[in-house]
Design a protein around this ligand. Structure first.
Ligand code: BGC
Length: 444
Protein backbone atom coordinates (compact mmCIF):
# COMPACT_ATOMS: atom_id res chain seq x y z
CA UNK A 1 0.00 0.00 0.00
CA UNK A 2 1.53 3.38 -0.94
CA UNK A 3 2.05 5.68 2.01
CA UNK A 4 1.19 9.14 0.81
CA UNK A 5 -0.55 12.24 1.99
CA UNK A 6 -2.04 15.35 0.52
CA UNK A 7 -1.06 18.31 2.66
CA UNK A 8 -2.63 21.77 2.81
CA UNK A 9 -0.98 25.16 3.38
CA UNK A 10 -0.42 26.35 6.93
CA UNK A 11 -3.37 28.33 8.27
CA UNK A 12 -5.91 26.62 6.02
CA UNK A 13 -9.39 26.99 7.55
CA UNK A 14 -11.13 23.71 8.36
CA UNK A 15 -14.67 23.94 9.61
CA UNK A 16 -18.31 23.17 9.16
CA UNK A 17 -21.13 25.47 8.09
CA UNK A 18 -24.56 26.00 9.62
CA UNK A 19 -27.39 28.51 9.19
CA UNK A 20 -29.51 30.14 11.89
CA UNK A 21 -32.96 28.93 10.87
CA UNK A 22 -31.72 25.40 10.32
CA UNK A 23 -30.18 24.96 13.77
CA UNK A 24 -31.51 27.52 16.25
CA UNK A 25 -35.12 26.42 16.77
CA UNK A 26 -38.25 28.46 17.42
CA UNK A 27 -37.37 31.06 14.84
CA UNK A 28 -41.01 32.04 14.60
CA UNK A 29 -40.71 35.58 13.31
CA UNK A 30 -39.46 34.93 9.78
CA UNK A 31 -41.06 34.04 6.45
CA UNK A 32 -39.81 30.43 6.50
CA UNK A 33 -41.52 29.69 9.79
CA UNK A 34 -44.78 31.11 8.38
CA UNK A 35 -44.34 29.00 5.25
CA UNK A 36 -43.79 25.84 7.32
CA UNK A 37 -47.09 26.37 9.12
CA UNK A 38 -49.02 26.18 5.85
CA UNK A 39 -49.93 22.84 4.38
CA UNK A 40 -48.26 21.41 1.31
CA UNK A 41 -44.94 23.19 1.20
CA UNK A 42 -42.62 21.01 3.28
CA UNK A 43 -42.14 17.26 2.70
CA UNK A 44 -44.32 15.32 5.15
CA UNK A 45 -45.52 18.61 6.62
CA UNK A 46 -42.35 18.74 8.74
CA UNK A 47 -41.35 21.87 10.61
CA UNK A 48 -38.11 23.40 11.82
CA UNK A 49 -39.53 23.39 15.37
CA UNK A 50 -36.77 23.20 17.96
CA UNK A 51 -34.26 22.39 15.18
CA UNK A 52 -30.92 21.64 16.92
CA UNK A 53 -31.91 23.85 19.85
CA UNK A 54 -28.95 26.18 19.51
CA UNK A 55 -31.05 29.03 20.86
CA UNK A 56 -31.61 26.90 23.96
CA UNK A 57 -27.85 26.53 24.37
CA UNK A 58 -26.99 23.30 22.59
CA UNK A 59 -24.54 25.15 20.35
CA UNK A 60 -22.07 24.54 23.18
CA UNK A 61 -22.24 20.80 22.75
CA UNK A 62 -21.92 21.09 18.97
CA UNK A 63 -19.02 23.55 19.15
CA UNK A 64 -17.31 21.16 21.60
CA UNK A 65 -17.67 18.41 19.03
CA UNK A 66 -16.26 20.62 16.29
CA UNK A 67 -13.30 21.73 18.40
CA UNK A 68 -12.55 18.23 19.61
CA UNK A 69 -12.67 17.21 15.95
CA UNK A 70 -9.76 19.54 15.17
CA UNK A 71 -11.84 22.19 13.35
CA UNK A 72 -10.26 25.64 13.53
CA UNK A 73 -13.16 27.65 12.06
CA UNK A 74 -16.95 27.66 11.91
CA UNK A 75 -19.39 29.37 9.56
CA UNK A 76 -22.74 30.32 11.09
CA UNK A 77 -25.44 32.85 10.31
CA UNK A 78 -27.30 35.41 12.38
CA UNK A 79 -31.08 35.65 12.23
CA UNK A 80 -32.30 39.08 11.14
CA UNK A 81 -35.78 38.56 12.64
CA UNK A 82 -34.30 37.92 16.09
CA UNK A 83 -32.00 40.93 16.02
CA UNK A 84 -34.59 43.30 14.54
CA UNK A 85 -37.97 41.81 15.49
CA UNK A 86 -39.80 44.92 14.22
CA UNK A 87 -38.65 47.77 11.95
CA UNK A 88 -38.23 50.10 14.92
CA UNK A 89 -36.91 47.58 17.47
CA UNK A 90 -33.52 46.00 18.11
CA UNK A 91 -33.17 43.07 20.46
CA UNK A 92 -29.95 43.57 22.42
CA UNK A 93 -30.38 40.18 24.14
CA UNK A 94 -30.29 38.45 20.78
CA UNK A 95 -27.08 40.26 19.89
CA UNK A 96 -25.64 39.26 23.25
CA UNK A 97 -26.57 35.66 22.48
CA UNK A 98 -24.59 35.80 19.24
CA UNK A 99 -21.70 37.50 21.04
CA UNK A 100 -21.60 34.57 23.45
CA UNK A 101 -21.63 32.11 20.56
CA UNK A 102 -18.74 33.84 18.80
CA UNK A 103 -16.85 34.06 22.06
CA UNK A 104 -17.61 30.35 22.49
CA UNK A 105 -15.96 29.69 19.14
CA UNK A 106 -12.94 31.82 19.99
CA UNK A 107 -12.53 30.09 23.36
CA UNK A 108 -12.50 26.77 21.55
CA UNK A 109 -9.86 27.95 19.10
CA UNK A 110 -12.20 28.38 16.14
CA UNK A 111 -12.33 31.40 13.82
CA UNK A 112 -15.89 32.56 13.22
CA UNK A 113 -17.22 33.35 9.77
CA UNK A 114 -20.58 35.11 10.02
CA UNK A 115 -23.25 35.11 7.31
CA UNK A 116 -25.69 37.99 7.55
CA UNK A 117 -28.44 36.57 5.35
CA UNK A 118 -29.09 32.87 4.87
CA UNK A 119 -32.50 32.50 3.16
CA UNK A 120 -34.67 33.98 5.95
CA UNK A 121 -36.31 37.40 6.20
CA UNK A 122 -38.17 38.98 9.12
CA UNK A 123 -41.94 38.82 8.66
CA UNK A 124 -42.15 42.62 8.76
CA UNK A 125 -39.79 42.82 5.79
CA UNK A 126 -41.71 40.16 3.94
CA UNK A 127 -44.94 42.09 4.53
CA UNK A 128 -43.76 44.93 2.40
CA UNK A 129 -42.22 42.92 -0.40
CA UNK A 130 -38.91 41.58 0.93
CA UNK A 131 -36.22 41.77 -1.71
CA UNK A 132 -38.66 42.56 -4.53
CA UNK A 133 -38.08 46.29 -4.21
CA UNK A 134 -34.98 48.41 -3.74
CA UNK A 135 -36.39 49.62 -0.43
CA UNK A 136 -34.73 46.59 1.15
CA UNK A 137 -31.22 47.88 0.43
CA UNK A 138 -30.95 50.58 3.15
CA UNK A 139 -32.75 48.25 5.57
CA UNK A 140 -30.23 45.46 5.03
CA UNK A 141 -27.43 48.00 5.35
CA UNK A 142 -28.81 49.22 8.67
CA UNK A 143 -29.12 45.67 9.95
CA UNK A 144 -25.55 44.95 8.83
CA UNK A 145 -24.22 48.00 10.68
CA UNK A 146 -25.98 46.94 13.86
CA UNK A 147 -24.59 43.41 13.68
CA UNK A 148 -21.05 44.41 12.80
CA UNK A 149 -20.91 47.05 15.55
CA UNK A 150 -22.04 44.40 18.02
CA UNK A 151 -19.85 41.51 16.86
CA UNK A 152 -16.74 43.16 15.46
CA UNK A 153 -14.57 42.22 18.42
CA UNK A 154 -15.09 38.55 17.62
CA UNK A 155 -15.41 38.36 13.86
CA UNK A 156 -13.74 39.89 10.84
CA UNK A 157 -14.69 37.35 8.19
CA UNK A 158 -18.14 38.18 6.84
CA UNK A 159 -20.40 36.59 4.27
CA UNK A 160 -23.11 39.08 3.34
CA UNK A 161 -25.59 36.81 1.57
CA UNK A 162 -25.76 33.06 1.19
CA UNK A 163 -26.63 31.80 -2.29
CA UNK A 164 -28.51 34.82 -3.65
CA UNK A 165 -29.03 32.79 -6.83
CA UNK A 166 -30.80 29.95 -5.03
CA UNK A 167 -32.83 32.31 -2.82
CA UNK A 168 -34.08 34.18 -5.89
CA UNK A 169 -34.59 31.24 -8.23
CA UNK A 170 -36.15 28.89 -5.67
CA UNK A 171 -38.46 31.54 -4.19
CA UNK A 172 -39.43 33.46 -7.31
CA UNK A 173 -38.94 31.15 -10.34
CA UNK A 174 -39.26 27.52 -9.18
CA UNK A 175 -41.63 28.36 -6.32
CA UNK A 176 -40.18 25.79 -3.89
CA UNK A 177 -39.10 28.43 -1.33
CA UNK A 178 -41.34 31.17 0.03
CA UNK A 179 -43.02 33.19 -1.36
CA UNK A 180 -43.57 30.40 -3.92
CA UNK A 181 -43.77 32.67 -6.96
CA UNK A 182 -43.02 31.57 -10.51
CA UNK A 183 -41.89 34.64 -12.32
CA UNK A 184 -38.37 34.63 -13.75
CA UNK A 185 -38.38 38.38 -14.32
CA UNK A 186 -39.16 38.94 -10.66
CA UNK A 187 -36.47 36.43 -9.65
CA UNK A 188 -33.91 38.49 -11.55
CA UNK A 189 -35.14 41.69 -9.93
CA UNK A 190 -34.76 40.08 -6.52
CA UNK A 191 -31.23 39.00 -7.39
CA UNK A 192 -30.34 42.50 -8.56
CA UNK A 193 -31.62 43.94 -5.28
CA UNK A 194 -29.53 41.37 -3.44
CA UNK A 195 -26.46 42.53 -5.36
CA UNK A 196 -27.26 46.10 -4.29
CA UNK A 197 -27.82 44.97 -0.69
CA UNK A 198 -24.57 43.06 -0.75
CA UNK A 199 -22.71 46.12 -2.06
CA UNK A 200 -24.19 48.37 0.63
CA UNK A 201 -23.30 45.82 3.31
CA UNK A 202 -19.78 45.44 1.90
CA UNK A 203 -19.14 49.17 2.26
CA UNK A 204 -20.83 49.41 5.65
CA UNK A 205 -18.68 46.61 7.06
CA UNK A 206 -15.47 48.13 5.76
CA UNK A 207 -16.41 51.54 7.17
CA UNK A 208 -16.74 49.99 10.63
CA UNK A 209 -13.97 47.44 10.37
CA UNK A 210 -11.36 48.33 7.75
CA UNK A 211 -9.51 45.03 8.16
CA UNK A 212 -12.65 42.95 7.50
CA UNK A 213 -12.77 40.39 4.73
CA UNK A 214 -16.16 40.49 3.07
CA UNK A 215 -17.70 38.35 0.35
CA UNK A 216 -20.78 36.29 -0.42
CA UNK A 217 -21.42 32.58 -0.98
CA UNK A 218 -22.36 31.53 -4.48
CA UNK A 219 -24.13 28.25 -5.15
CA UNK A 220 -22.07 27.17 -8.15
CA UNK A 221 -23.43 24.38 -10.30
CA UNK A 222 -21.15 22.93 -12.99
CA UNK A 223 -23.19 21.61 -15.92
CA UNK A 224 -22.56 19.25 -18.81
CA UNK A 225 -24.53 18.80 -22.02
CA UNK A 226 -26.05 15.34 -21.63
CA UNK A 227 -25.41 14.57 -25.31
CA UNK A 228 -22.35 16.65 -26.19
CA UNK A 229 -22.78 15.95 -29.91
CA UNK A 230 -26.30 17.39 -29.87
CA UNK A 231 -26.21 21.20 -30.40
CA UNK A 232 -29.51 21.84 -28.62
CA UNK A 233 -28.20 20.19 -25.45
CA UNK A 234 -25.08 22.30 -25.65
CA UNK A 235 -27.12 25.45 -26.17
CA UNK A 236 -29.45 24.55 -23.33
CA UNK A 237 -26.55 23.80 -21.04
CA UNK A 238 -25.19 27.29 -21.68
CA UNK A 239 -28.57 28.92 -21.11
CA UNK A 240 -29.11 27.20 -17.78
CA UNK A 241 -25.50 27.60 -16.72
CA UNK A 242 -25.66 31.33 -17.25
CA UNK A 243 -29.11 31.70 -15.73
CA UNK A 244 -28.20 29.84 -12.56
CA UNK A 245 -24.54 30.62 -12.03
CA UNK A 246 -23.63 33.84 -13.73
CA UNK A 247 -26.11 36.62 -12.87
CA UNK A 248 -24.70 37.49 -9.46
CA UNK A 249 -20.99 37.09 -10.31
CA UNK A 250 -21.37 39.33 -13.38
CA UNK A 251 -22.99 42.01 -11.23
CA UNK A 252 -20.08 41.88 -8.81
CA UNK A 253 -17.31 41.81 -11.40
CA UNK A 254 -18.70 44.28 -13.94
CA UNK A 255 -21.50 46.20 -12.26
CA UNK A 256 -23.94 44.85 -14.85
CA UNK A 257 -26.00 41.78 -13.98
CA UNK A 258 -26.42 39.55 -17.02
CA UNK A 259 -29.62 37.55 -16.87
CA UNK A 260 -31.43 35.41 -19.43
CA UNK A 261 -33.92 38.26 -19.76
CA UNK A 262 -31.39 41.01 -20.31
CA UNK A 263 -29.01 43.20 -18.39
CA UNK A 264 -29.64 45.02 -15.13
CA UNK A 265 -27.35 47.83 -14.04
CA UNK A 266 -25.91 47.42 -10.54
CA UNK A 267 -22.86 49.73 -10.75
CA UNK A 268 -22.51 49.98 -6.98
CA UNK A 269 -21.77 46.23 -6.81
CA UNK A 270 -18.66 46.33 -8.97
CA UNK A 271 -15.60 45.05 -7.14
CA UNK A 272 -17.31 44.43 -3.81
CA UNK A 273 -15.62 41.20 -2.79
CA UNK A 274 -12.49 40.39 -0.82
CA UNK A 275 -12.94 36.67 -1.40
CA UNK A 276 -15.46 34.45 -3.16
CA UNK A 277 -17.38 31.80 -1.22
CA UNK A 278 -18.18 28.69 -3.23
CA UNK A 279 -20.96 26.30 -2.27
CA UNK A 280 -20.37 23.20 -4.36
CA UNK A 281 -22.46 20.06 -4.11
CA UNK A 282 -22.82 18.33 -7.50
CA UNK A 283 -22.79 18.52 -11.32
CA UNK A 284 -25.92 18.57 -13.52
CA UNK A 285 -26.40 16.92 -16.88
CA UNK A 286 -28.61 19.03 -19.11
CA UNK A 287 -30.88 18.15 -22.05
CA UNK A 288 -33.07 20.35 -24.18
CA UNK A 289 -36.68 19.57 -23.26
CA UNK A 290 -39.67 21.17 -24.97
CA UNK A 291 -41.91 20.13 -22.09
CA UNK A 292 -40.10 22.45 -19.68
CA UNK A 293 -40.85 26.02 -20.75
CA UNK A 294 -40.82 27.14 -17.10
CA UNK A 295 -37.24 25.94 -16.80
CA UNK A 296 -36.12 27.68 -20.00
CA UNK A 297 -36.57 24.37 -21.88
CA UNK A 298 -33.91 22.58 -19.91
CA UNK A 299 -34.01 19.34 -17.97
CA UNK A 300 -31.34 18.79 -15.31
CA UNK A 301 -30.58 15.32 -14.01
CA UNK A 302 -27.89 12.92 -12.79
CA UNK A 303 -26.79 10.22 -15.24
CA UNK A 304 -27.76 6.62 -14.61
CA UNK A 305 -25.34 4.83 -12.34
CA UNK A 306 -24.42 7.99 -10.39
CA UNK A 307 -23.28 7.61 -6.80
CA UNK A 308 -26.45 9.11 -5.27
CA UNK A 309 -27.36 10.46 -1.85
CA UNK A 310 -30.28 8.99 0.13
CA UNK A 311 -33.03 10.92 -1.66
CA UNK A 312 -31.17 11.31 -4.96
CA UNK A 313 -30.67 15.03 -4.25
CA UNK A 314 -26.91 14.93 -4.72
CA UNK A 315 -24.58 12.83 -6.87
CA UNK A 316 -21.02 12.32 -5.70
CA UNK A 317 -19.09 14.09 -8.48
CA UNK A 318 -15.79 15.23 -6.99
CA UNK A 319 -14.30 16.44 -10.28
CA UNK A 320 -16.97 19.16 -10.18
CA UNK A 321 -15.23 20.62 -7.14
CA UNK A 322 -12.06 21.09 -9.17
CA UNK A 323 -14.06 22.55 -12.06
CA UNK A 324 -15.75 24.98 -9.68
CA UNK A 325 -12.48 26.24 -8.27
CA UNK A 326 -10.97 26.45 -11.75
CA UNK A 327 -13.90 28.55 -12.96
CA UNK A 328 -13.45 30.92 -10.01
CA UNK A 329 -9.69 31.20 -10.56
CA UNK A 330 -10.18 31.99 -14.25
CA UNK A 331 -12.97 34.46 -13.54
CA UNK A 332 -11.21 36.27 -10.69
CA UNK A 333 -7.46 35.78 -10.93
CA UNK A 334 -5.82 36.22 -7.55
CA UNK A 335 -9.04 36.49 -5.56
CA UNK A 336 -8.98 34.35 -2.40
CA UNK A 337 -11.51 31.51 -2.50
CA UNK A 338 -13.23 29.71 0.34
CA UNK A 339 -15.31 26.57 -0.05
CA UNK A 340 -18.18 27.81 2.09
CA UNK A 341 -20.31 24.66 1.73
CA UNK A 342 -19.92 21.11 0.48
CA UNK A 343 -21.56 17.93 1.73
CA UNK A 344 -24.02 15.13 1.09
CA UNK A 345 -27.18 13.79 2.72
CA UNK A 346 -26.68 10.26 3.96
CA UNK A 347 -28.23 9.00 7.19
CA UNK A 348 -26.19 5.80 7.56
CA UNK A 349 -22.98 7.50 6.42
CA UNK A 350 -22.14 4.96 3.74
CA UNK A 351 -21.33 7.61 1.09
CA UNK A 352 -20.12 10.57 3.15
CA UNK A 353 -16.58 9.31 3.91
CA UNK A 354 -15.77 8.85 0.24
CA UNK A 355 -17.57 12.06 -0.74
CA UNK A 356 -15.49 13.93 1.83
CA UNK A 357 -12.17 12.32 0.92
CA UNK A 358 -12.70 12.69 -2.83
CA UNK A 359 -13.76 16.33 -2.60
CA UNK A 360 -10.88 17.26 -0.34
CA UNK A 361 -8.57 15.52 -2.75
CA UNK A 362 -9.86 17.77 -5.54
CA UNK A 363 -9.31 20.88 -3.42
CA UNK A 364 -5.78 19.68 -2.75
CA UNK A 365 -5.22 19.38 -6.51
CA UNK A 366 -6.30 23.00 -6.86
CA UNK A 367 -4.11 24.14 -3.99
CA UNK A 368 -1.18 22.43 -5.71
CA UNK A 369 -1.49 24.83 -8.62
CA UNK A 370 -1.12 27.58 -5.99
CA UNK A 371 -4.73 28.51 -6.54
CA UNK A 372 -5.73 30.63 -3.56
CA UNK A 373 -8.19 28.34 -1.77
CA UNK A 374 -8.10 29.43 1.86
CA UNK A 375 -10.55 27.15 3.61
CA UNK A 376 -13.20 24.43 3.55
CA UNK A 377 -16.50 24.37 5.44
CA UNK A 378 -18.35 21.08 5.43
CA UNK A 379 -22.13 21.17 5.27
CA UNK A 380 -22.95 20.42 7.98
CA UNK A 381 -21.80 19.93 11.55
CA UNK A 382 -25.00 18.26 12.73
CA UNK A 383 -28.23 17.17 10.97
CA UNK A 384 -30.48 20.19 10.60
CA UNK A 385 -33.71 21.44 9.04
CA UNK A 386 -33.37 21.13 5.28
CA UNK A 387 -35.84 23.75 4.07
CA UNK A 388 -38.61 22.38 1.82
CA UNK A 389 -37.13 18.91 2.32
CA UNK A 390 -37.73 19.12 6.05
CA UNK A 391 -35.90 16.47 8.05
CA UNK A 392 -35.80 13.91 5.24
CA UNK A 393 -32.18 14.74 4.43
CA UNK A 394 -29.33 14.20 6.88
CA UNK A 395 -26.25 16.27 6.13
CA UNK A 396 -24.55 16.14 9.53
CA UNK A 397 -21.13 14.87 10.50
CA UNK A 398 -23.13 14.24 13.66
CA UNK A 399 -26.53 12.60 13.67
CA UNK A 400 -29.39 14.36 15.47
CA UNK A 401 -32.32 12.62 17.12
CA UNK A 402 -34.95 15.35 16.71
CA UNK A 403 -37.16 13.94 19.44
CA UNK A 404 -34.54 13.64 22.17
CA UNK A 405 -31.96 16.13 20.84
CA UNK A 406 -29.30 13.45 21.36
CA UNK A 407 -26.28 13.67 19.08
CA UNK A 408 -24.37 10.68 17.77
CA UNK A 409 -21.09 10.79 15.94
CA UNK A 410 -20.97 9.40 12.43
CA UNK A 411 -17.73 7.81 11.18
CA UNK A 412 -17.28 10.80 8.84
CA UNK A 413 -16.81 13.01 11.87
CA UNK A 414 -13.76 10.92 12.78
CA UNK A 415 -12.42 11.04 9.26
CA UNK A 416 -12.88 14.81 9.13
CA UNK A 417 -11.21 15.15 12.53
CA UNK A 418 -8.17 13.28 11.22
CA UNK A 419 -8.08 15.52 8.13
CA UNK A 420 -8.36 18.74 10.18
CA UNK A 421 -5.78 17.63 12.72
CA UNK A 422 -3.34 16.46 10.07
CA UNK A 423 -4.07 19.48 7.81
CA UNK A 424 -4.27 16.94 5.03
CA UNK A 425 -5.60 13.64 3.78
CA UNK A 426 -3.46 10.52 3.98
CA UNK A 427 -3.61 7.11 2.34
CA UNK A 428 -4.12 5.59 5.79
CA UNK A 429 -7.26 7.63 6.31
CA UNK A 430 -8.67 6.60 2.95
CA UNK A 431 -7.81 2.97 3.66
CA UNK A 432 -9.54 3.18 7.02
CA UNK A 433 -12.72 5.10 6.14
CA UNK A 434 -13.37 4.60 2.43
CA UNK A 435 -11.14 1.86 1.01
CA UNK A 436 -13.49 1.59 -1.98
CA UNK A 437 -11.93 4.74 -3.49
CA UNK A 438 -8.35 4.02 -2.51
CA UNK A 439 -7.26 3.16 -6.05
CA UNK A 440 -8.86 6.33 -7.39
CA UNK A 441 -6.97 8.57 -5.00
CA UNK A 442 -3.72 6.65 -4.80
CA UNK A 443 -3.37 4.76 -8.08
CA UNK A 444 -0.53 2.36 -8.60
C1 BGC B 1 -27.86 25.86 1.48
C2 BGC B 1 -28.01 25.18 2.81
C3 BGC B 1 -28.62 23.81 2.62
C4 BGC B 1 -27.70 22.99 1.74
C5 BGC B 1 -28.14 21.54 1.52
C6 BGC B 1 -27.35 24.96 0.39
O1 BGC B 1 -27.96 25.33 -0.80
O2 BGC B 1 -27.07 27.02 1.61
O3 BGC B 1 -28.80 25.98 3.65
O4 BGC B 1 -28.91 23.17 3.80
O5 BGC B 1 -27.63 23.61 0.48
O6 BGC B 1 -29.39 21.46 0.94
Amino acid sequence: MPIASFHFPKGFLWGAATAAHQVEGNNNNNQWWAWEQQEGYIVNGEKSGLACDWWGGRWKEDFDHAAQGGQNAHRLSVEWSRIQPAPDRWDEDALEHYRQMLLGLRERGMIPMVTLHHFTDPLWLDDFGGWETEAVVPLFEKFTRKVVEALKDYCSLWCTINEPNIYALSGYAAGAFPPGKKDLRLAMRVQANMARGHAAAYRAIHAIQPEARVGYALHYRPMLAARPGFPLDRLERNILFNAINMAFPTAISTGVMRTPLGKVRTPEAKGTQDYLGLNYYSVDSVTFDLRKPGELFGHRFYPQGSDLSDTGFIANMPEGMFATIKWAVNSYPGLPLIVTENGIECADDHIRPRYLAQHIHQIWRAVNFNWPVKGYFHWSLVDNFEWERGWTQRFGLWELNIRTQARRKRPSADLYAEICTENGLSSEMVQKYCPEVFEKLFPG
